[in-house]
Design a protein around this ligand. Structure first.
Ligand SMILES: Cc1ncc(C[n+]2csc(CCOP(=O)(O)OP(=O)(O)O)c2C)c(N)n1
Ligand SMILES: [Mg+2]
Length: 307
């Protein structure tokens, strides 16, 4: 979570300094969700993380060097310079299907992955992520319906962060929870505090275990607040400041560090060293990315489906 936060802050700084290439989506507020759920998967499982799931990419083994190189549009980036943000950052050797920009196509792709596991009788799980806004698209409901009918080994993580771009939840849907919709379609759902990484991880691990043992799909609705704009270009002036102030007191990274200290699991020196190490890893990734090659324009058609 600390590395996710440090990398995210660094990407924002790079962009503000004019050193970024594409935009950068903000992760702040989502660290406990992406890390708590990602950590519940086994190496053989497959995830389809979205634009606020940097923690899941890291947990599955995507290196900060490749991620920053991608953000800076370099050949060493995951997409080889084709997309300078978290779009398309897939690597099947790490069990990551890249974020499909067209929302909510990642969920149907994940259902396909899950069905392939079921057909082959493999005890593997697909975990897909979707925002509150994404759940208002029809395909989301079709996917839950089909997953329930076929008892697909699929875990759906809904990141309910109160906003879809500038649209608040109450303008997107009647009611504030996605979980009852899931239950109605036959997918048992649990609502969890998305700022408490232990709560997220416990719920995600239980969901993964039930799904893996043939119990059919599960949905986890993690509630949080998107603490910055949709992406770096968006100042989010439309979000009431009181709302942000309220959620700031529940910063997931701070909450967890405080918990670890209170329970005597770590001391302040450990946290300081961990923060220093995260800065070091991040600086190394930036130095690597900035000194690496730009893509060769002649390679632009490589790796695309229909050149
Ligand atoms: C079909 C489609 N329409 C619009 C967009 C542009 N867009 C990208 S993210 C986003 C908001 C998504 O909100 P939500 O699902 O709540 O996820 P969040 O960004 O809050 O994590 C929009 C409108 C898109 N990617 N795909
Ligand atoms: Mg949202």
């Amino acid at each position: 979570m600390r590395l996710t936060r440090t990398l995210d802050d660094q990407m924002i700084a790079l962009w503000k300094q004019g050193r970024g290439v594409g935009g950068t989506f903000n992760q702040r507020g989502h660290e406990a969700i992406s890390v708590g759920t990602g950590a519940a998967l086994a190496p053989d499982d497959v995830a389809t993380p979205l634009h606020r799931d940097l923690g899941c990419y890291l947990i599955r083994g995507m290196t900060p060097r490749r991620i920053v190189a991608n953000q800076l549009g370099r050949a060493a980036g995951v997409t080889g310079g084709r997309d300078a943000n978290l779009h398309g950052c897939g690597d099947l050797t790490l069990g990551i299907v890249g974020f499909i920009s067209h929302i909510p196509q990642s969920v149907s792709t994940a259902l396909g992955v899950a069905m392939s596991f079921a057909y082959r009788n493999e005890p593997r799980v697909a975990m897909t992520y979707i925002g509150d806004g994404g759940t208002t698209a029809g395909l989301f409901h079709e996917v839950l319906n089909m997953a329930a009918v076929h008892r697909a080994p699929l875990v759906v993580v809904v990141e309910n962060n109160q906003y879809a771009y500038s649209t608040p939840l109450h303008q997107q849907m009647a009611g504030q929870n996605i979980a009852p919709r899931s239950e109605a379609l036959g997918v048992p759902a649990e609502v969890v505090d998305g700022n408490d990484v232990d709560a997220v991880h416990t719920a995600a691990a239980a969901a993964v275990e039930r799904v893996r043992s043939g119990g059919g799909p599960r949905l986890l609705e993690a509630r949080t607040m998107r603490m910055l704009g949709h992406a770096i270009h968006d100042g989010a002036e439309y979000v009431p400041s009181g709302l942000l102030e309220k959620w700031k007191k529940r910063d997931p990274v701070v909450l967890y560090e405080r918990k670890l200290l209170d329970e005597g699991i770590v001391d302040q020196a450990y946290l300081d060293e961990s923060a220093r190490r995260c800065r070091e890893i991040t600086e190394d990734a930036v130095a690597f990315a900035e000194s690496s090659e730009w893509p060769d324009p002649a390679a632009v058609e490589e790796g695309v489906f229909a050149p």
